[in-house]
Design a protein around this ligand. Structure first.
Ligand SMILES: Nc1ncnc2c1ncn2[C@@H]1O[C@H](COP(=O)(O)OP(=O)(O)O)[C@@H](O)[C@H]1O
Ligand SMILES: [Mg+2]
Length: 267
């Protein structure tokens, strides 16, 4: 598929991120296309979570810009930022749900925050989103502490989908899940993406999740994106991180499971 400039939904340009003297990103450039599932991989502490936070303007870069829905966040008003956050769903690794709120109230929270919908419509929307995320209505009044890890992720996903986002941000969505829950969460994302057509920006170090979902993979190392493309394109790069991450024994096993051609071509 050829992508033109107008298909770019997130445009990151010359980004520099620095915390006191520590430089995290330097001249990082990244274009994310409408409708794709773009996965970001990189070693621990390379600034993957910070990059997602910058896309949501929860964090501000030292230099450079993030343009989203054609608005440069450096010049966006509070109103514009609130508006595009309402068009984005976020599923963060930690603090996925409010522990003091029931499943129902967790999913209702972004809808209530809009304060334009009557409670009867909110209720319909909550049950619809729970259903989409594979959670039956009998769980609606449960508290997060009584749910399994896989169910917490599903409820968090239902909440992220509450406002029918155009972009879904997922930070390590399957970390901490057992292999079965992880696999079923991946299928859920895959079918929702197909059905609803949103753009997904995902950070993951789980190779099975990565290969099952990604349209393209972007690799962060040396403070910027060193490679971006399909799996078979990315593994052609000779950077040590790529060699170790994709072509170590775990990577090769996961690759062989999805794409025997890509694996044999690289060895
Ligand atoms: N608000 C902050 N203040 C200072 N340092 C931070 C802040 N946020 C992140 N960092 C540091 O930036 C680096 C990248 O963090 P992060 O994006 O969480 O990495 P990861 O790629 O593992 O998600 C880490 O060294 C982290 O400690
Ligand atoms: Mg992180």
């Amino acid at each position: 598929m050829e992508n033109s400039r107008s298909d770019v939904i997130i445009h990151v340009q010359h980004l520099r991120t620095q915390f006191s003297r520590t430089v995290i990103h330097n001249n990082l450039n990244l274009d994310i296309y409408r409708g794709e599932i773009l996965s970001i991989v990189g070693g621990s502490g390379t600034g993957k979570t910070v990059l997602l936070r910058q896309m949501l303007r929860l964090e501000q870069p030292r230099q450079g810009s993030v343009t989203i829905f054609d608005v440069d966040l450096n010049h966006a008003s509070q109103k514009q930022i609130a508006y595009f956050r309402s068009r984005s769903g976020m599923l963060f690794q930690h603090g996925a749900l409010y522990s003091a709120l029931s499943v129902f109230d967790n999913v209702a929270q972004p809808l209530r925050e809009l304060s334009i919908l009557p409670e009867s419509l909110i209720s319909d929307a909550v049950y619809l989103k729970l259903d989409m995320a594979g959670i039956g209505p009998e769980h609606a009044q449960k508290m997060p502490s009584s749910l399994s890890g896989g169910m917490v992720k599903r409820v968090a996903l239902a909440r992220a989908l509450a406002l029918e986002p155009e972009i879904l941000f997922l930070d390590e969505p399957t970390s901490g899940l057992d292999p079965d829950s992880s696999e079923s969460f991946v299928s859920l994302i895959k079918s929702l993406h197909k059905e609803l057509g949103f753009t997904v920006v995902m950070v993951t170090h789980d190779l099975d999740t990565l290969f099952a979902l990604s349209s393209r993979i972007a690799v962060i190392a040396d403070k910027h994106i060193i490679a971006i493309g399909t799996t078979s394109e990315v593994i052609q790069h000779h950077h040590p991180f790529i060699q170790e991450f994709f072509l170590g024994s775990r990577g090769l096993r996961a690759l062989a499971a999805i794409d025997p051609v890509a694996t044999s071509a690289s060895t």
